[in-house]
Design a protein around this ligand. Structure first.
Ligand SMILES: [Zn+2]
Length: 397
């Protein structure tokens, strides 16, 4: 077979070495354990195609790094009793999902399971809000003192500048500049990783969701605002300073209503939960409906104005998806957030508006994500795991 030629960008490539092969094998074994646990070393060798001696070395290393632990033995025919290995779920992360009005604090283990969960109000005062979150985290940690806490992960309704680690663009939260990371690190004594909620949600879908084999996907969160996380060729796209993916702030109408970002007619102004509430208020100014939950409930009760408001929002969601399919051509567009609460009613409307505006070619599949909060919290935990795994592969060698 003739090997092709590939241009390698020398500015980015690390020289190939056996160490890299070892890193890749380690990642493969960890993934095979994750997907098949509890699993014996012999089974790992069969599933991964690696030699039993290689498996043995890697499993020992993973046990040393505390990613993996030995568990029960199983009885096989002829008296052999291999020791099974699985992920070490004593290893846990403290996480928070901060939204414009509500924060959820939780403990998540390596398997994405929740050990504890609490909700707290979010106000316009970042100092008080973060103090409350830290207090809740410390209480949870004390209640699970036997676990090994690996760090803190935070999902935020905005972009976290990768250089300064400050929240840089969060028009729906409206906080003044505040050192979220530093304050939580000081309060908990643990390292903090932060990222945009849509990226966190997308990370969780790639780790725990139904994305096997999907290399091009965009996750759209439709709540107070419209956020997106982008998976392209199997990689999450961050862009310079972690600012990529603000489709919610691409204008659909240059003369439209003013957006939280200061521009006019952004997609978010028409497609967010806030937009649905505005549409409702325009048609029924004398009946105040303050939350999207109330609006969804009214629609469930067949209130015509509520249904009309959500329908209008759904049409704009569908139209705006053109921005995404035209620029990124994903196989799948995952929809998360409030709007999924009325998915059965709204999906056909979104699909129709999307079909009318889509470019030629195969249209991406629309898939609702029903447990967005769970996904954001799990994603926040993965932020910590990713840091830990990159440390393991640099420190140990
Ligand atoms: Zn905007």
């Amino acid at each position: 077979m003739i090997r092709g030629m590939r241009r390698v960008d020398l500015a980015y490539v690390r020289l190939a070495s056996s160490e890299i092969a070892r890193d890749i094998n380690r990642d493969v074994v960890l993934e095979v354990i994750r997907a098949n646990q509890p699993v014996s070393r012999a089974e790992l060798s069969r599933l991964s195609g690696l030699q039993p001696s290689t498996i043995s070395l890697i499993v020992n290393q993973l046990i040393e790094e505390r990613w993996v632990r030995e568990g029960a033995t199983t009885r096989l025919p002829r008296g052999r009793r291999p020791t099974m290995v699985g992920l070490n779920d004593d290893l846990v992360m403290l996480v928070a999902d901060i939204r414009p009005k509500l924060a959820t604090v939780a403990i998540v283990d390596l398997n994405g399971r929740f050990l504890s969960r609490a909700q707290l109000p979010v106000t316009s005062d970042p100092e008080k809000t973060i103090a409350r979150i830290v207090e809740s985290m410390l209480r949870m940690k004390a209640n699970h003192a036997q676990r090994s806490f690996e760090g803190v992960g935070i999902a935020l309704p905005g972009r976290v500048d990768s250089a300064t680690q400050r929240l840089r663009f969060a028009p729906n939260l409206g906080w003044p500049d505040f050192d979220i990371k530093g304050t939580i690190e000081k309060g908990t004594g643990m390292a903090v990783e932060m990222d945009n909620a849509a990226n966190a949600c997308l990370l969780a879908e790639t780790w725990f969701g139904r994305m096997d084999g999907v290399r091009n996907a965009v996750l759209v969160t439709i709540s107070e605002g419209v956020g997106t996380g982008i998976l392209s060729n199997g990689q999450i796209i961050y862009g310079d300073h972690n600012m990529a993916g603000e489709f919610g702030h691409v204008p659909l109408d240059m003369n439209g209503p003013v957006c939280g970002c200061g521009a006019r007619g952004c997609w978010e102004v028409y497609a967010s939960s806030r937009a649905a509430l505005r549409f409702y208020a325009e048609s029924k100014p004398k009946v105040p409906v303050r939350t999207i939950e109330d609006l969804l409930r009214l629609a469930g009760e067949e209130d015509a104005a509520a249904i009309a408001a959500l329908t209008r929002q759904a049409e704009y969601v569908g139209k705006g998806l053109r921005l995404i399919s035209a620029t990124l051509a994903p196989e799948v567009i995952l929809i998360a957030g409030d709007i999924v609460g009325a998915w059965a009613r709204l999906a056909p409307i979104i699909e129709k508006a999307f079909a009318e505006s889509a470019l030629a070619g195969v249209r991406p599949k629309l898939v609702p994500t029903h447990e967005a909060e769970v996904a954001r919290l799990r994603g926040a935990a993965i932020l910590v795991l990713q840091r830990r795994s990159s440390m393991a592969s640099t420190v140990d060698r």
